[in-house]
Design a protein around this ligand. Sequence first.
Ligand SMILES: [Zn+2]
Length: 664
Amino acid sequence: MKQVTGNNGTVLHREEPVQNGSLPQEENIYRRILKQYWGYDFFRGIQEDIIRSIGRGEDTLGLMPTGGGKSITFQVPALAKEGLCIVVTPLIALMKDQVQNLKNRGIRALAIHAGMNRQDIITTLENCIFGPYKFLYVSPERLDTDIFRAKLSRMHVNMIAVDESHCISQWGYDFRPAYLKIAEIRDLLPGVPVLALTATATPQVVDDIQKRLHFARPNVFRMSFERLNLAYIVRHTENKQEELLHILHSMAGSAIIYVRSRRRTKEIAELLTAEGITTDYYHAGLDDATKDLRQQRWQRGDSRVIVATNAFGMGIDKPDVRLVIHIDLPDSIEAYFQEAGRAGRDGQKAYAVILYAQSDKTQLKRRIPDAFPDKEYIKDVYEHLQYYYQMAMGDGAGCVREFDIEDFCRKFKYFPVPVDSALKILTQAGYLEYTNEEDNTSRLLFTIRRDELYRLHETDADTELLIRTLLRNYTGLFTDYAFINEDTLATRTGFKRQHVYELLLRLSRLHIVSYIPRKKIPHIIYTRERVDISEISIPPSVYEERRKRYEQRIEAMLDYAANETVCRSRMLLRYFGEKNEHNCGLCDTCLTLRNKQKNPTPSPKSIRTAIIQTLKSTPNLTPAQVAGTVATDKDIVAGILRDLMDERILTCENGLLKMQEVTK
Ligand SMILES: [Zn+2]
């Protein structure tokens, strides 16, 4: 661990000597817990410093790269105290993983997310009040509900942990308005300390996180983000496919290839497959089962390469990835650093490569108007949305509508990308809420009458148990669609989730139920009534300022790709406010620099001497052959040869060079 000087003097972390044998009582508790539940004897890196800080009740911000063991920093101190730790995290899949992980260690944990119905949420919250639970995971959107706030006041909360805390900052690349609710939750829990964690934050974002979470005083712990085994490379090439194949053929090991579009994932995967490289592709548009299957195949090493959009990678922990290649540039250093950082988690040498062509610069800049369409355009989208839903002026407050962007764009002749951006901007400006939440709820309706149900004969025991469980747990299934939860059904029947899913599909095929499995359906929620477009105002904080920051991030990414002189590792670390004094020695600029030092350009005089020496021992060489014997530019050699002929030291006959015969 090393000391890092941070921005604005807010970085207070210092290496503190550990005196063995005289550890304070609190540390013994933490190490005992670590040993008891995780089986480790010692903490890694700055884990223990963070734990001690939050354990003392101080608001704390921990900056640790992915894979640095973030979750231990709130799990251990929360276990050392009475009460419940509330963990705010945006990714439902990760939430479920962590809850399962804790359960496997014998620790009681629960989660509340969008996939649950009201009754399940109430039961979960009641359990947190009355049961011996230690962790409650919550997605930020759930913090805003009345039911959550009402129950919260009756819980004995010992700390709040905020994962991916950079999402609270408008300065960050991944701002989520729902994160701002965390500060309100703090007001409901006076005296409860907060631990914010992130794996990516510029100095500006570091300050902003603390401000927005109402830190009592600045308090940051930072682990170096330097990756000693990772070589950052940028390859300038006008033939990316050829370069890609060259790299994959000349290096072994598992690889992730990032591209920008879903279509390209498939194209590149086909190209690689045709070359005999086992490859799968992955993007958010695939169904869950396919995504799981492909991810697992790659994880096990059954396929060597996965070609993916940036939807791939969250929660993936494959230690032996040797290569991460970006065919298209990401739109920020933050995103790049996270994606590249998936290589070499095992500590063995790995490569993060960008393939960069001249046209990439223009292409990246073209994303600016896509991400920030004109304000007139945004208002236009708002207006058409009202036609789409036939929403009258003054109506709409509280309405939730499914939103099919393809359909909307077809009807009103829009392109999806700027429409998506326009809706996000309208969300930030407070006119509606456009959500893309991964985990919508499945729905089910019986399409036969209740009395017909008892006359069914072709159902087996499993199906009967499932039907009984459905009827016991949900009401109104014969009159309207009810929200159901396959996980709950799995628990209550004792079946595997997949089995529940298959049984439901079978019932659906038999026309006994109509089953709509959950999928990624975007929604538009009207947070206020429909207004006239003349009244719509999009403030600079939502538009101009954010657009400027987006442009700055793109510029930084382009600077990185175009750079040929500064060590790439240093450049990345500096972006995140870390000042290290040495070059990495692995990146392409470091290697170029080293080669230059090893083989300095020879002086014209030494080249001249070398040429004369060569031709003395081996006459009758072509100029090209002579040039091949000296390690320097062909043009320089040609110039020297001309000089030597002018001075009548050399002669050239039939294109062959030799020394001038000296007549005595
Ligand atoms: Zn370097």
